[in-house]
Design a protein around this ligand. Structure first.
Ligand SMILES: Cc1cc2nc3c(=O)[nH]c(=O)nc-3n(C[C@H](O)[C@H](O)[C@H](O)COP(=O)(O)OP(=O)(O)OC[C@H]3O[C@@H](n4cnc5c(N)ncnc54)[C@H](O)[C@@H]3O)c2cc1C
Length: 305
């Protein structure tokens, strides 16, 4: 690993660290170390890092702001590629917005709405990165990324780079082509928005944010919705109906405010959260015959016994 570290550092791709604790990079504040942690300085840094890692046969896990992740306590083998400050460029031309994959969705939504551009009102309280949101088709309040994405620049794991159109992203509920069919890293995105009334846009975004504050445990570390809605049912309502709100394993607790949120009360390990997820899945299956699939992505390995 030391040799690889030197090679990456010499290639000048950005920040490279060994054994970086991932709890510092997830909104749940949970997660063991990454063997190698890379924060590329720009798009070339992403491509160069991928080419070097490919040559060395090292597995790559991309992350953004870690807001949809449960990283297990044993951490992640290989390299974690975090898209952050290095990919934080933003250009607004008329109603088109071109933005780096590491840009914060919350900041982008705020900036866009103040310019009187409509389309991002739904995203004001989603604490992910642009790249993570494009990958997940993040959404809320009846809208999602698929409604505004024009195209995304994706670096694939063989080092090639391609613009994918909205159609090519094959969007559906919290799903895109990047998740299984064509894994790749979103380094930039172009959104097509609409000109609108600035006051109205800002007010709608504020309403959405206020609604979150009233219904979600914003003051605890968490990863948003733990389960996908098993449509037509709502995961949070099923958990509440089963009487599970407030139930706790170790430091992981089902939020009293929202049944689909698990919060870290301060000392939770990934094992606590995983045990709680399994407990909820078993209870809902037994009571209502409904399978609960996770929306949060569970990655990494368990601690060796
Ligand atoms: C309080 C709270 C509220 C939330 N509310 C919502 C909501 O209303 N709607 C919603 O949809 N989500 C919500 N989320 C979940 C989360 O914010 C979104 O899923 C977001 O899109 C994840 O982005 P991220 O950068 O944090 O991705 P991460 O959590 O870092 O990664 C998630 C997945 O995306 C992949 N990924 C990350 N960056 C890239 C990239 N650049 N290219 C390719 N793949 C990438 C990772 O490999 C991983 O598979 C919420 C989370 C929290 C904590």
């Amino acid at each position: 690993m030391e040799k690889l570290l030197k090679k990456l550092q010499e290639a000048n791709i950005g920040k490279v660290l060994l054994n970086e604790p991932l709890k510092n990079h997830t909104t749940m504040k949970i997660g063991g170390p990454a063997d190698l942690f890379i924060e590329p300085a720009n798009i070339d840094g992403v491509i160069n890092a991928i080419n070097i890692l490919k040559e060395e046969g090292v597995a790559i896990t991309p992350i953004g702001r870690g807001s949809n992740l449960l990283v297990l306590d044993g951490g992640i083998e290989g390299a974690v590629l975090k898209l952050g400050e290095g990919l934080h460029h933003l250009e607004i031309e008329g109603t088109k917005v071109r933005v780096g994959g590491g840009y914060s969705l919350v900041s982008l939504a705020a900036t866009i709405s103040k310019k009187g551009l409509s389309g991002f009102e739904f995203a004001g309280g989603i604490p992910g990165s642009v790249g993570g949101a494009v990958y997940m088709n993040a959404g809320a309040h009846g809208s999602d990324i698929s409604k505004i994405l024009d195209k995304a620049l994706v670096v694939f794991h063989d080092g090639s780079c391609e613009w994918l159109s909205n159609e090519e992203m094959k969007y559906s509920y919290r799903t895109s082509v990047l998740q299984e069919e064509r894994p790749g890293i979103v380094v930039e995105a172009v959104f097509q928005l609409k000109a609108g009334d600035r006051e109205k846009i800002v007010a709608e975004m504020q309403r959405n944010k206020d609604y979150r504050r009233e219904t979600q445990p914003w003051n605890y570390p968490c990863a948003g919705s733990i389960f996908r809605n098993p449509l037509p049912n709502h995961a949070g309502q099923l958990v509440e109906k089963a009487g599970l709100k407030g139930f706790q394993i170790g430091g992981a607790k089902i939020s009293e405010m929202h049944g689909n949120f698990i919060v870290n009360t301060g000392t939770a390990t990934a094992k606590d959260v995983l045990d709680l997820i399994k407990y909820i899945q078993k209870t809902i299956l037994e009571k209502y015959g409904i399978e609960m699939k996770t929306e949060v992505e569970i990655i990494g390995k368990n601690l060796a016994n």
